[in-house]
Design a binder for this molecule. Structure first.
Ligand code: FES
Length: 276
């Protein structure tokens, strides 16, 4: 229903499904495979290895087993390969006080970049990710708490604009609770990576997540209310068109001279250069 409501997919799309190996993305893969078998669309799996010990290494074999089961191609890369650092390296710099940003800030930005890179490599026309209603509600509130109005206007469930060098994204689970996608994975007994990310608790998103779980339990429906509030809110404002250019390093569309993913890499390069 969400796919139809927001006009997310076209009949001849090559759909790159971002699969981390966790319960949500495995559920998305099987749901899309089931739906899309009746259309001319093609599915491919894209996966990024973050380089997080006791976490990332469990995902890859699981993803390959699902790909074999469904007969799909897999396109894969890693942060180490693309940026020269693993998230474990980032966390080390963070714990040693050489950078202020916690690992999630790098992970989110680099993941976006890598998924786009892999989707372009796969000639995909759209990327689907398994972000749920819980994720959207958290993102909306994070931007409120940071007073990031421009970012708030950029949050959208529907198909993002076509742009050279940038593969549009859609979020078919945006109106589903995380517990519903988890239930699907469990009921179908789908193999997934259950290990928790060891750095998750360092982020603001984690605190908000716990807070929202509690609130949703006490006042059912608040996650939907946050989403509807955001949709009404952006209806009132005017979204300033952003002038995009190409990143001087990688060519990724960005409003800046260098894209955010490479700004973060440069920040790390700088700190490693200054380490005696
Ligand atoms: Fe953010 Fe793992 S680095 S959840």
């Amino acid at each position: 229903k969400t796919i139809r409501k927001y006009d997310m997919l076209k009949y001849n799309d090559v759909i790159a499904v971002a699969v981390s190996g966790g319960k949500d993305s495995v559920a998305l893969l099987y749901v899309l495979d089931k739906i899309e078998r009746s259309f001319q669309t093609e599915l491919v799996i894209i996966h990024v290895d973050e380089g997080i010990s006791n976490y990332s290494e469990y995902s890859t074999p699981i993803i390959y087993r699902h790909a074999r089961e469904l007969g799909l191609r897999v396109y894969m890369t890693s942060f180490k390969e693309m940026f020269g650092y693993t998230i474990d390296d980032v966390a080390r710099s963070y714990f040693e006080g050489r950078i202020d940003l916690e690992p999630c800030s790098f992970c989110g930005e680099w993941r976006r970049w890598c998924l786009n890179y892999l989707a372009l490599k796969a000639n995909a026309t759209v990327i689907t990710t398994a972000h749920t209603l819980d994720d959207f509600a958290q993102t909306i509130l994070i931007n409120v708490m940071r007073n990031s109005i421009a970012q708030l206007f950029r949050i959208s469930i529907g198909r993002s604009e076509e742009m050279e060098g940038f593969v549009p994204r859609v979020y078919p689970f945006a109106e589903l609770y995380e517990k519903e996608t988890a239930l699907y994975t469990h009921l179908r007994d789908l193999e997934h990576n259950d290990a928790p990310c060891p750095y998750a608790e360092l982020s603001m998103r984690w605190d908000l997540r716990m807070f929202l779980y509690e609130q949703e339990e006490k006042h059912p429906g608040i996650l939907y209310n946050i989403l509807r509030f955001h949709q009404n809110f952006i209806g009132y404002g005017k979204r300033e068109p952003i002038k995009l250019r190409r990143c001087d390093i990688c060519g990724y569309p960005t409003p800046h001279k260098i894209c955010r993913a490479h700004q973060l890499k440069e920040m790390l390069d700088e700190t490693t250069r200054t380490v005696p």
